[in-house]
Design a protein around this ligand. Structure first.
Ligand SMILES: NC(=O)c1ccc[n+]([C@@H]2O[C@H](COP(=O)([O-])OP(=O)(O)OC[C@H]3O[C@@H](n4cnc5c(N)ncnc54)[C@H](O)[C@@H]3O)[C@@H](O)[C@H]2O)c1
Length: 331
């Protein structure tokens, strides 16, 4: 058997956001049907270096795929010319445990995170959306943008706010040049969110920055940034009046948008509206009117990485094996 080393440049060539969204939606469906093995992420905290490392294993029996991702989050990496998030994925043959591929997981992480936001917007946002907002204009914002434009092609306006105004300006350029959106750079979160139909929060803040009064009736929020214990982007008063859909209870209660309000007893498990996997698998309806505020609390699931990595592996190895160089890991 062969082990393949799959670099980002190879992945970029074959992985489209549309395919990643299809794979991600199937991962949530498998999860909603109870067909996956996925222990919660485990964390190492590098307190001295303002960063952490997570380990994310998953097995989907029906897909015949298993794997594990190691991924860091170091919010100050921008200053060192490195991405905040970097990852490596090991794809394993569940029949023997043989390592099929060692893959770049950074691009896959960014793509599957965007894809989950797109899928959440498809199922949870109101029927007609015109304006999309990005609080935080970094790496994850770019893939949220790409996916939400596939899920909701009717969007025509955008606004963005970032504490780094230059990043917001660069991001606004992408919105208009790549997607034809009329995009403004706002001076505050409140200004950005005026008339918003979809809001994506992708910052690494540890204290709430989006307040109840910032969010108009009917908006859907993809809360992406809070993915470790103690992180929170949305104020608990906003969560209280919203229909909150999580990706996974164990992860969300430990490290998602809801982790701090749960710990502070400002929110209870019974306040939550559902899980995205169940919404997809059981066709359940979360929104009862166009005035509801919906929130998708994304912590990022190992199955999202697995289905995306598996899809890329199939395309590269099964279809283009002649172009790929295997290596003998046990030589
Ligand atoms: N839910 C998931 O599946 C998932 C996946 C990947 C990353 N993340 C999380 O998403 C966050 C962003 O990741 P990234 O790769 O885009 O990082 P990034 O560093 O590329 O971008 C973050 C952006 O947020 C801005 N920002 C920080 N604090 C802010 C504040 N208070 N107000 C406005 N803007 C602010 C920064 O200036 C930066 O432009 C991280 O917290 C990361 O852990 C979540």
């Amino acid at each position: 058997m062969d082990t393949f080393l799959i670099k980002k440049s190879e992945i970029v060539k074959v992985l489209t956001m549309k395919d990643c969204m299809e794979a991600t939606e199937s991962a949530f469906r498998y999860y909603g049907e109870g067909q996956v093995q996925m222990p919660s992420k485990s964390y190492l905290y590098f307190e001295d270096y303002f960063g952490d490392l997570r380990c994310m294993p998953a097995y989907i029996r029906d897909l015949g795929a298993a794997g594990i991702k190691a991924v860091n989050v170091h919010p100050d990496n921008h200053n060192a010319g490195l991405p905040t998030v970097m990852a490596t994925i090991l794809l394993i043959d569940p029949k023997t445990g043989f390592p099929l591929a060692v893959m770049d997981g950074t691009h896959i992480t960014n793509m599957r995170t965007g894809a989950a936001g797109g899928i959440a917007a498809k199922y949870l946002a109101k029927s007609k959306c015109d304006k999309v907002v990005f609080i935080g204009a970094g790496m994850q914002a770019e893939t949220q943008l790409e996916a939400v434009m596939i899920a909701r092609p009717e969007l025509s306006k955008a606004s963005t706010f970032d504490i780094d105004k230059e990043r917001a300006q660069e991001f606004a350029k992408i919105c208009s040049e790549k997607f034809g959106l009329e995009c403004t750079v706002a001076d505050s979160i409140n200004e950005a969110c005026q008339n918003a139909d979809i809001i994506n929060t992708t910052t690494s803040t540890r204290k709430p920055i989006v307040m109840k009064d910032d969010v108009p009736k009917g908006a859907h929020i993809n809360a992406i940034g809070a993915d470790a214990k103690g992180k929170q982007e949305l104020d608990h008063e906003l969560l209280k009046v919203s229909k909150v859909v999580i990706d996974d209870w164990a992860q969300a209660s430990h490290s998602g948008e809801i982790n701090v309000p749960l710990a502070n007893k400002q929110l209870k498990q019974s306040d939550l509206a559902g899980e995205l996997g169940k919404v997809i698998a059981e066709h359940s309806k979360i929104r009862s009117s166009d005035d509801d505020i919906t929130v998708f609390d994304s912590t990022g699931l190992a199955i999202q990485d697995l289905v995306t990595a598996w899809h890329v592996y199939q395309l590269l190895i099964k279809n283009q094996k002649d172009n790929m160089q295997p290596f003998d890991l046990f030589a």
